[in-house]
Design a protein. Structure first.
Length: 286
């Protein structure tokens, strides 16, 4: 089975961050190792979350334990998300380099992929409120992680921040994404009365859109990124991975509204990850 290293938040009572990503990847047959950047009791959107950031020394120590057990040589995908400290970002960049330079075997066991995949969810802010991390953390994500990524998964605000461009429509987003050195999965794309997700690389560009849902639970970006990652790791081409991941995300959101769930019902609605009841199709932007 493929192995993922997750460098992101752990929130005990909310289906966001690492708990979200880990369940989605595990459901797709992908093992995972979660190294938390922050330990919270609940999402801050519910009020005082409890807990706090993981100190850099502790973060480094956890990574060292994983390395000492030989697991970095078996890591097929590194997925980064929320960071609470700039030092964590530099440590994560160093770990990415170790994974990429490790022999792709350990004790006779072979990794799933010939080349590890680095996926960066540059969690730093959203419209209309802007950044919800410090300027130093936002700069660190761009300088240390986006520069190392094989795929980034920003929302529109984050794409504009990374590329230093004003994004007004899908054409400006397409140009911004293609100014980067890796493929881009862009979420929260305004599409008139609908909302969309775009996948863009040097050769192709696709858009999937669906009706907007009011009062969406937190964690949809984590779900989308994990579902797309799972599809890619399991061999799906980009267009199919986009269609499947957006369909799954929209279907889980629809179940949340149907069941009046304040959190994403990923466990209860896990059938939607395997066979979404909403079947969405991509259109070409080229």
């Amino acid at each position: 089975m493929p192995m993922a290293l997750l460098l992101t938040s752990h929130v005990s009572a909310s289906m966001v961050g690492g708990a979200n990503s880990r369940f989605v990847l595990n459901a797709a047959g992908i093992d995972s190792m979660l190294v938390p950047t922050v330990l919270l009791g609940r999402h801050p959107g519910w009020g005082e979350p409890g807990g706090g950031p993981v100190e850099q020394e502790m973060f480094q120590s956890v990574l060292s334990g994983i390395a000492d057990n030989g697991m970095l040589a078996l890591t097929d995908v590194v997925l980064t998300g929320y960071f609470a400290d700039v030092g964590q970002i530099y440590d994560s960049g160093a770990v990415i380099d170790v994974v990429r330079n490790s022999p792709r075997h350990h004790n006779g066991l072979h990794a799933y992929a010939k080349k590890p995949l680095v996926i960066v969810d540059p969690i730093m802010g959203d419209a209309p409120d802007g950044l919800y991390v410090s300027n130093a953390i936002a700069a660190g994500i761009i300088d240390q992680l986006v520069s190392r990524a094989d795929l980034i998964t920003p929302n529109v605000f984050e794409l504009g921040r990374i590329t230093r461009r004003t994004l007004t429509d899908t054409h400006s987003m397409l140009r911004a994404a293609r100014s980067l050195d890796c493929p881009v999965l862009v979420s929260s794309v305004p599409c008139g009365g609908q909302i969309g997700v775009m996948y863009i690389d040097k050769d192709e560009a696709w858009l999937v859109q669906h009706d907007r849902f009011p009062d969406v639970p937190k964690g949809t970006g984590d779900l989308l990124t994990a579902a797309f990652t799972a599809a890619i790791i399991n061999g799906k081409p980009a267009r199919e991975a986009l269609e499947e991941s957006v369909s799954a995300t929209a279907s889980v959101i629809a179940r949340a509204r149907e069941w009046k769930s304040p959190e994403l019902p990923i466990v209860a609605g896990q059938q939607e990850l395997r066979d979404p009841h909403l079947k969405l199709s991509a259109v070409s932007l080229d």
